[in-house]
Ligand binder design. Structure first.
Ligand SMILES: [Zn+2]
Ligand SMILES: [Zn+2]
Length: 175
């Protein structure tokens, strides 16, 4: 869903295309956005699957993280989904409980605050040390790395999860 939306946003943004074509892309884009709003039923089911009450706050939080294009900080999440009943401390507690259940994962960007994203696929991040730009990448060869690590280890017999962030400079900052 997300790649199609990004692609449509791109089509709408180019000037060369005829307005008819853009209108078509725009209507289809609205259709996708509308459907993603209606995804709240999916999140309710997801929460119930984890034996959690599907409160509006929890649903909003999951919907926001699912649509986010990059890992988000607690501040950003609170700003987007927060309310009187869902203050920053509650957002934090909710995220931590989602993390414990494996619904959400925490990403370490070597900054003083935590970032969170949905843990729905095995992907990792390239992070610009200068401007903070974040890009996903897939394929980290974790199986062979884990085998290699366990072979060397004296005290460990298994690895349950992994995280990998690569830090460097984006093309803009490198010039
Ligand atoms: Zn950069
Ligand atoms: Zn991986």
């Amino acid at each position: 869903m997300r790649p199609i939306r990004i692609c449509l946003e791109y089509i709408i943004s180019i000037n060369m295309l005829s307005s008819k074509c853009k209108l078509f892309a725009f209507v289809y884009y609205l259709h996708l956005v509308y459907n993603s709003l209606d995804m709240s039923t999916d999140f309710k089911q997801l929460l119930r699957g984890y034996k959690l009450k599907a409160t509006p706050g929890r649903v909003r939080l999951l919907a926001f993280l699912s649509n986010a294009k990059k890992p988000m900080s607690i501040k950003e999440i609170s700003k987007a989904v927060g309310s009187k009943t869902l203050d920053q401390a509650t957002v934090y507690r909710t995220l931590e409980s989602f993390k414990a259940l494996g619904l959400v994962k925490q990403v370490d960007f070597q900054k003083d605050h935590a970032y969170y994203e949905m843990s729905d696929s095995d992907h990792h991040h390239l992070v610009c040390k200068n401007c903070g730009r974040v890009e996903d990448f897939h394929g980290c060869n974790s199986e062979s790395l884990i085998k290699h690590a366990l072979k060397q280890s004296k005290h460990f017999s298994s690895v349950k999860e992994h995280s990998l962030e690569l830090f460097g400079l984006c093309k803009v900052c490198n010039n």
